[in-house]
Design a protein around this ligand. Structure first.
Ligand code: HEC
Ligand code: HEC
Length: 185
């Protein structure tokens, strides 16, 4: 795929993502703390999670149902659209989380937390979503499974989750303090 083809598909994805925008935001910067930003996320990772919802290895009733309506072309187009959208930046004041991140997470998610391929971008992600996800991996509560992530959060320790989340989270606040429940979930 050359740049021109990518641009055409990304534009198609922008249109196909009109419904997604209700929760994930117009340009992939989420409106709700528990809904992940998709802006700047890697296409391979987005596609891997769409597949995980479809096969049921990742559980979320709403998302699992919704993914069934997407064609193969929609999936790729939406993934390319979000990847091309600028993500929020991390906060400037790093605090204790920076060292913890470097020690336990940077190897896979990259030193700048930008991720790569199927390792998700974490930089600028919603704080609440990060916290929920890390607790799920730690306690293996059943919504999603990743042995490397369970190992990493176990090594990090539950008491250090907040410090790492504060380091990674975006400088923006989730507007309105609303919840996706208000949006028909
Ligand atoms: C009603 C709100 C809502 C809508 C509409 C919605 N999503 Fe989601 N989406 C969520 C929530 C909540 C999660 C997090 C689920 C979890 O906790 O595992 C999520 C997770 C995801 C993820 C995983 C992201 C990650 O970082 O792991 C992808 C990819 C995704 N959605 C794509 C889409 C696409 C594509 C659409 C439109 C076709 C869409 N979503 C529409 C609420 C929504
Ligand atoms: C050995 C590689 C590896 C290490 C080390 C690692 N991760 Fe991950 N991480 C992954 C992979 C692979 C995924 C995708 C798992 C899945 O599909 O559920 C992931 C997913 C995540 C997610 C979910 C993101 C999203 O958008 O849903 C978060 C949050 C996360 N990692 C944070 C961390 C933090 C914080 C650390 C350090 C304490 C860490 N990871 C260490 C490989 C790793």
């Amino acid at each position: 795929m050359d740049d021109a083809q990518r641009a055409v598909l990304a534009e198609e994805g922008r249109k196909a993502a009109f419904f997604c925008a209700n929760c994930h935001g117009e340009r992939g910067v989420s409106r709700y703390g528990e809904v992940p930003n998709l802006a700047g996320q890697h296409p391979a990772y987005i596609l891997s999670q769409i597949e995980a919802f479809l096969t049921g290895t990742r559980r979320d009733d709403f998302m699992q149902g919704l993914m069934k309506v997407l064609s193969e072309r929609d999936k790729l187009a939406i993934a390319l659209y979000y990847a091309s959208s600028p993500p929020p930046q991390m906060k400037a004041d790093a605090g204790a989380g920076a060292g913890l991140y470097e020690k336990h997470c940077a190897l896979c998610h990259q030193p700048d937390a930008g991720g790569a391929e199927t390792f998700p971008r974490l930089a600028g992600q919603q704080a609440e979503y990060l916290r929920i996800s890390l607790r799920r991996y730690l306690t293996q509560s059943g919504e999603r499974f990743s042995a490397p992530m369970t190992a990493a959060v176990t090594q990090l320790g539950e008491k250090n989750i907040n410090a790492v989340v504060n380091y990674l989270a975006g400088a923006h606040a989730a507007p309105s303090g609303g919840s996706a429940a208000a949006n028909g979930r």
